[in-house]
Design a protein. Structure first.
Length: 395
């Protein structure tokens, strides 16, 4: 059958082509099923990681989920794992300076973000949170140590722990387990009524200064509110050491305050400055005081008169603000000892025409054994008094 033989190769070729088509279709189907299975598997993993059931609307081409250390991204048919760098712990610094029956005080900051504000958590014991407070109050000593003043904090002691029982107060950087230096501190408070006293010593174009305390809490501290007219311009802790207060029996002497006169008050207009015990309507003695400031640059003059192992003394003033005091910062071998307001009366200064004579200072100290270099500067500046960098050797 010649005709049949002639057609056999054609039939065989057609048969082979049909088989190839079937195989190709099968391969395509299998590959499609594998692809669908892969997408669904990864999609399900993502949904289970996020706590959701598989959603048909999940955009698998951009699906992702995070573990504590990795981020998984499904894109282009593959998983990419990228390590997340560990979050850097801010290098916080701070000190728990005081704890009394009115306030719990200190300072805290992040030196990598000096214009930012750090908060602190205050605990009774180590685990009972009393509250959280921002460290954003002005402190003149910080201006001279950190070159940034607004990092003080003051937390009002709650009445619940004024129960004649000792309480260990711990202060930590907010949201961490890291305590400030000098924490904890113990207080025992009776809940006795407060007996506030204070005096508004000065208001000038450099500083607003005075002192305030609670007689019933002589070694604790309180805060003051400073007003321009009826507007509060600052809350300031009265924690600055003043030897005159210590000599007068005003607690341990750590009840002074000073506040840098704001630039917006130096506009050649009169401003009535009032100081009150913070959170009350109780005014300090000798308040209000009126200032009129031009904004002229200060002309500082001063002299570091003497240094001993117990006393550092001298005088300082601003010739452009002749009847108001300035602050000086005192350093021992480069470490701040304290800030003091130069407002002691000295007849020799008055006789020499140095303003009203109220520009002297005498800082009581107790220098440790060894050699000391004492430096006195105008507070908040690098300007030194004449005859400073005095040497003294103490037994």
């Amino acid at each position: 059958m010649p005709g049949k033989k002639a057609r056999q190769p054609e039939q065989m070729l057609a048969k082979v082509q049909r088989r190839r088509s079937r195989v190709l279709i099968a391969v395509v189907v299998v590959m499609s099923l594998v692809g669908v299975w892969t997408v669904l598997a990864y999609s399900g993993a993502f949904n289970s990681a996020s706590g959701e059931k598989g959603s048909k609307k999940q955009p698998v081409s951009t699906a992702s989920f995070a573990s504590p250390s990795k981020e998984y991204i499904y894109a282009g048919g593959r998983l990419v794992a990228t390590e997340e760098p560990a979050a850097a712990t801010p290098p916080y610094q701070g000190s728990h300076d005081g704890a009394g029956c009115n306030t719990i005080s200190g300072w805290a900051w992040d030196p990598n973000n000096p214009s930012g504000t750090v908060s602190v958590d205050v605990y009774d014991g180590t685990s009972t949170l009393l509250g959280t407070v921002a460290a954003n109050l002005y402190r003149e000593d910080l201006l001279n140590v950190l070159n940034s003043a607004y990092h003080g904090f003051s937390f009002s002691v709650p009445s619940t722990i004024k129960n004649n029982q000792p309480h260990s107060i711990t202060v930590k950087f907010a949201g961490t387990s890291t305590g400030l230096s000098n924490t904890p501190r113990t207080i025992t408070c009776s809940g006795a009524a407060t007996a506030y006293q204070g005096f508004h010593d000065a208001a000038g174009c450099n500083t607003i200064a005075g002192w305030a305390w609670d007689q019933n809490d002589p070694y604790g501290t309180i805060d003051v509110d400073i007003y321009d007219g009826t507007t509060v311009i600052a809350k300031v802790p009265a924690t600055q050491y003043r030897p005159d207060l210590a000599s007068a029996g005003i607690g341990n002497g750590y009840h002074g305050f000073s506040f840098l006169t704001p630039a917006n008050l130096k506009n050649n207009q009169p401003h009535s400055i009032t100081v009150k015990v913070s959170g009350t309507n109780i005014s300090l003695g000798n308040t209000p005081r009126t200032i009129t400031c031009s904004g002229a640059a200060p002309i500082y003059q001063g002299y570091h008169d003497a240094t001993s192992c117990n006393t550092i003394s001298g005088w300082a003033w601003d010739r452009n603000d002749p009847n108001m005091p300035v602050n000086v910062a005192i350093y021992d071998n480069g470490t701040l000892l304290g800030v003091i307001t130069a407002l002691q009366f000295r007849q020799d200064l008055l006789n020499a025409g140095i303003g009203n004579g109220y520009h002297g200072f005498s800082f009581a100290t107790s220098l440790s054994s060894g050699s000391h270099t004492i430096t006195v500067k105008f507070s908040g500046t690098s300007t030194k008094l004449a005859q400073t960098d005095q040497q003294v050797s103490c037994p």
